[in-house]
Design a protein around this ligand. Structure first.
Ligand code: ZN
Length: 268
């Protein structure tokens, strides 16, 4: 049928629901499928059959029913992250073991591994680790600084770790060049947008940098680009997905001065 004709969708689905409900079988219809007209047709058909039409608010995890109102969700949604994180693959070893050659200079692999280990250790729940597979592509790695190198998943939330290098290449065999604080901040913002397209309010980005290298200037520029709300609470949090958190990590001991990497992300 025409997916843009919500009336046609409603009629077809009403018939389908009536058939499936023979013998009082419960029917669950995913009203988030397909076009907006399809969603509307599916929701109308479900309500015509006396069902609740509900949706979940990802920001505060509440479930809203059109008939019965809002209920807080107990527990957390299970996300099939493989459907969400296109361009990423599960990682079971340190990133340094799968990223080789000049790609090692494009993003700070050492900081990414340190931060992932720290956040994983601090989490009270299970952590999923996903890596940007373009880091293993002989051309694709050249834009890897524009994406989170790693994405850690905590139930229904995702933390992107971005660590654009301070010296990097423009071509695969070209020389390493210094990156200005402005260009570094732009890469961080690009990585933030990249995760936002996939996760919206369920995602947040932590940008990692080594101490000393013009950190405060880069942080100011990230603030200038991202324009955080004036009353934004400090530290790792969700709900403000276009604001990346800049964290200084000492590669000697993995310590971060802000305490961000010792946050229990499973509780956020
Ligand atoms: Zn209901």
């Amino acid at each position: 049928m025409d997916g843009y004709d919500s009336g046609a969708v409603q009629r077809a689905v009403q018939e389908w629901i009536a058939r499936e409900r023979e013998g009082d079988q419960p029917v669950v219809v995913d009203i988030t499928t397909g076009t907006k007209a399809m969603s509307l047709g599916l929701a109308r058909a479900a309500r015509h059959g006396g069902a609740c039409a509900t949706y979940q608010l990802p920001r505060d995890r509440a479930v809203v029913c059109l008939t019965h109102g809002r209920r807080e969700l107990e527990g957390r949604a299970r996300i099939d992250w493989s459907l969400v994180l296109s361009g990423y693959a599960p990682l079971t070893v340190p990133l340094a073991e799968v990223v080789t050659g000049p790609a090692r200079d494009q993003v700070d692999v050492e900081l990414l591994d340190l931060a992932a280990t720290a956040l994983g250790a601090a989490a009270s729940g299970t952590t999923g680790v996903w890596w940007d597979v373009s880091l293993a592509d002989e051309e694709g790695f050249l834009t890897a600084q524009e994406r989170p190198g790693l994405v850690l998943t905590f139930d229904d939330r995702a933390v992107g770790l971005a660590a654009p290098a301070r010296r990097r290449r423009r071509t695969a065999d070209g020389p390493l060049r210094d990156v200005s604080p402005g260009a570094w901040a732009q890469s961080v913002f690009a990585a933030t947008t990249h995760l936002n397209v996939r996760c919206d309010v369920a995602g947040t980005v932590v940008a990692l940098t080594r101490p000393g290298r013009d950190v405060s200037r880069a942080g100011e520029l990230v603030d200038w680009i991202a324009q955080p709300a004036p009353d934004r609470a400090p530290g790792l949090r969700f709900g403000d997905p276009l604001y990346p958190l800049v964290v200084e990590v000492d590669p000697e001991n993995g310590a971060d001065s802000s305490g961000t990497l010792t946050t229990d992300a499973s509780r956020l």
